[in-house]
Design a protein around this ligand. Structure first.
Ligand code: ADP
Ligand code: MG
Length: 339
């Protein structure tokens, strides 16, 4: 008798959820990325109790067609890529069609969405992967997604959740990065009713830096822009006389996505080299634009790490351009510190 069989969709989704939905911050990230992909200009995020009780993401984007609402929760269901060739030219944040089924498998989800502003919307409710309701409901254009009681049916995972404060910290980090990557979108973020972030969505990165890191940081920033045939750099780097103790110095944004890159971090630190006191770090928000074929985002489940096809050249370019901006500065000793 054959012993191998294919797992049913429900179990497959629960397994995938283990990878895609590590903690509340992963849900926030996936839902906000969907809102960004839907060309929203205003995104409101409110969470309760570190996201463990509820996470709500409301956008004014394209919305989902009523007939697509249920399909959106199927595994590998996506509107963003259609064939294998698209994988090498990804311009959206999502593309795997795994977030919604994974989230819905381990929480109680409610989705209210409309694709046109005619008030005709659709309401879907799913609990632990089971469809509870799919009906017409009045809604303006956009999507209002609520996730309650995350991990209610996976007690082992729930047990590993840290304190509200820790989970909130991860959510805040995710929100800050997405806001920095998208100064053209207005973000509002609140926790237990307290507003923690508000960006204006006017395309002004310095305003977002002020909202995230404070006005003293924003005042210490020098603009950087540079271009070579393959790469374009834009953003802000801190004056060497303003430093901080947080070694996570560099926020790098590639194709609208926050990424982690030891290579880029090292390149930047080489540029600051002797200009910084020991154990003090700069602050950089750098946007790198390149043709999608020069970067592979399909290497890490949370897409945090990417592979650059010409990494040595890129690191050298970033280091040189950073140094140029720093050396262009006359250094008047005027120590400024973030505590
Ligand atoms: P992916 O983002 O990888 O395509 P998801 O599971 O996150 O997969 O979402 C599935 C699909 O649902 C998306 O491709 C998109 O068509 C639709 N969708 C999800 N969230 C939104 C939203 N906020 N606005 C418009 N469409 C959405
Ligand atoms: Mg997605």
């Amino acid at each position: 008798m054959a012993k191998i069989h294919i797992l049913d969709e429900h179990i497959a989704n629960q397994i995938a959820a283990g990878e895609v939905v590590e903690r509340p911050a992963s849900v926030v990230k996936e839902l906000v990325e969907n809102a960004i992909d839907a060309k929203s200009t205003v995104i409101e995020v409110s969470v309760e109790e570190g996201g463990l009780q509820s996470i709500r993401v409301k956008d004014n984007g394209s919305g989902i067609e009523a007939d697509d609402c249920e399909t959106a929760f199927y595994r590998h269901a996506t509107s963003k890529i259609a064939n294998g060739r698209d994988l090498f030219l990804i311009t959206s944040l999502g593309f795997r069609g795994e977030a919604l089924p994974s989230i819905a498998a381990v929480s109680k989800v409610s989705l209210l969405t409309a694709s046109a502003d005619d008030g005709k919307g659709r309401l879907i409710k799913i609990e632990g992967g089971k469809l509870i309701c799919n009906e017409d409901a009045p809604s303006g254009q956009g999507t209002d997604f609520e996730v309650r009681e995350l991990f209610f049916n996976t007690p082992a995972r729930l047990k590993y959740m840290k304190s509200v404060q820790t989970e909130l910290g991860h959510i805040s980090d995710a929100m800050y990065r997405m806001a920095l990557a998208h100064p053209d979108i207005s973000f509002r973020f609140q926790h237990n009713g307290n507003q923690l972030l508000h960006t204006l969505g006017k395309g002004d990165l310095l305003q977002v830096i002020a909202a995230v890191y404070g006005t003293s940081a924003a005042k210490a920033m020098l603009p950087i822009t540079a271009e070579d045939p393959d790469y374009r750099i834009s953003g802000y780097i801190s004056r060497p006389d303003w430093t901080r103790s947080n070694r996570n110095a560099v926020t790098t944004i590639v194709g609208g996505r926050y990424i982690r890159s030891n290579g880029l971090n090292a390149a930047v630190m080489r540029a600051y080299h002797t200009l910084l006191p020991i154990n003090r770090y700069p602050l950089l928000v750098m946007k790198l634009d390149m043709h999608p074929s020069l970067v592979d985002v399909n290497v890490h489940p949370a897409k945090l790490e990417v592979r650059f096809s010409k990494e040595v050249e890129l690191y050298k370019f970033v280091e040189e351009e950073t140094r140029k901006v720093l050396l262009g500065q006359t250094l008047i000793p005027r120590p400024g510190r973030e505590t």
